[in-house]
Design a binder for this molecule. Structure first.
Ligand SMILES: Nc1nc2c(ncn2[C@@H]2O[C@H](COP(=O)(O)OP(=O)(O)O)[C@@H](O)[C@H]2O)c(=O)[nH]1
Ligand SMILES: [Mg+2]
Length: 340
């Protein structure tokens, strides 16, 4: 079994040496361990430091594209390098390399597809009161939306089986942490967590430069991921308010119409009710369309997974098949004698 530990890095020259030195060299149940650095257009010496430290693989995005893009590039690279298990950890030395053995165990024994390292949020001294509350509420919302019980949904310390990694696809550019849990939950992957300890703070968080911005971006990621997987339900909820308001106004109109034997004076409310009911109808129609599109997405997702599995797990067979088919199409077509 091959384990690749990936570290997305954006200007981590100061902390990377400590992170790499702390990584395990061997682990029970693992035959090979390799490290991979994803450099997201760092302007410091991150790449040189990684090479000096003897990191096995360094891949680069060229320009700064954000943590989500770096994470996905790492996942694809690890799969191409033949990883059976992929561990993601951060470049700021927040997580402890010594916990990787515990983190991968459920994947090694085959009892989980994804394992999240859950930090003791309440006991972390450098997390402010507000950050602790946001972590807790955010995780609670993600648990509800994903149907999982991961207590720390923003933790970047995780282990993925190769098959789980092949199924994941992150659409947003900001962070992969929330979207991957919602995706995994809806794809019915087995996702579990283990308690971990963290190191003292080495620097300020670069992902959370401002709390309101972080809340807005995370909220939009959660909502968009949920709509992707449960479009009909979401649009049904959206349509409830105009539908109920429209119905109530309609009933009020009917009441006056029957009791006063005249509709005069209430036409405006009838128009308002009609507008609200049309809005509700349109929202529900959008939900039905989105639901049909999501059925297509599921098929594409399955096709993509099947292709990736064939590509990564039967690498030699796949390469041969591709080169054979290229050779065949290069062969000049012989003229058919029967045509003359
Ligand atoms: N690829 C990429 N990684 C980033 C970026 N910002 C932060 N990171 C990495 O993401 C990880 C977590 O970032 P950090 O600033 O520690 O945020 P925290 O999770 O709030 O502690 C670290 O490994 C960083 O190097 C970025 O713009 N691009
Ligand atoms: Mg950090």
């Amino acid at each position: 079994m091959k384990l690749i530990i990936q570290i997305p890095c954006y200007n981590e020259e100061n902390t990377l040496p400590e992170v790499v030195r702390d990584l395990p060299r061997q682990l029970e149940g693992i035959d090979e361990i390799e490290y991979l650095i994803i450099d997201d257009g760092s302007s410091d010496r991150t790449v040189e430091v990684a090479r000096e430290l003897g990191v096995h693989h360094v891949v680069s995005l060229g320009s700064n594209q954000g943590l989500a893009a770096a994470f996905m590039m790492g996942i694809r690279s690890c799969l191409e390098l033949g990883a059976d298990i992929i561990v993601n950890t951060d470049g700021d030395n927040q997580y402890q390399g010594g916990s990787i053995g515990d983190l991968i165990r459920p994947v090694v024994t085959g009892s989980a597809d994804i394992v999240v390292g859950a930090r003791p949020i309440e006991d972390i001294a450098h997390f402010s009161w507000l950050k602790k509350r946001l972590q807790r509420w955010g995780s609670h919302i993600v648990q509800r939306f994903s149907g999982t019980d991961v207590p720390d949904t923003t933790s970047g310390f995780r282990a993925y089986s190769a098959e789980a990694a092949m199924r994941l696809h992150v659409f947003n550019r900001y962070t992969y942490t929330l979207e991957t849990i919602i995706q995994a939950g809806h794809m019915h992957m087995r996702i579990t967590h283990v308690s971990i300890k963290v190191n003292p703070k080495t620097r300020e968080s670069r992902l959370i430069s401002s709390i309101p911005r972080y809340v807005r971006r995370s909220g939009s990621i959660i909502l968009r991921s949920y709509i992707t997987y449960k479009p009909l339900r979401t649009f049904f909820y959206f349509s409830l308010l105009p539908a109920l308001a429209g119905l109530a106004i309609c009933l009020r109109f009917l009441y006056f119409y029957v009791s006063e034997q005249s509709a005069s004076g209430h036409i405006q409310s009838l128009i308002l009710a009609a507008v609200l009911l049309i809005i509700a109808f349109l929202l529900l129609s959008l939900g039905i369309l989105a639901d049909l599109m999501s059925a297509n997405r599921k098929l594409i997702q399955e096709a993509l997974f099947a292709t990736r599995r064939q590509m990564y797990q039967n690498r030699d067979t796949f390469d041969k098949a591709v080169s054979d088919s290229t050779k065949e199409s290069d062969v000049p077509v012989k003229p058919d004698p029967s045509q003359n």
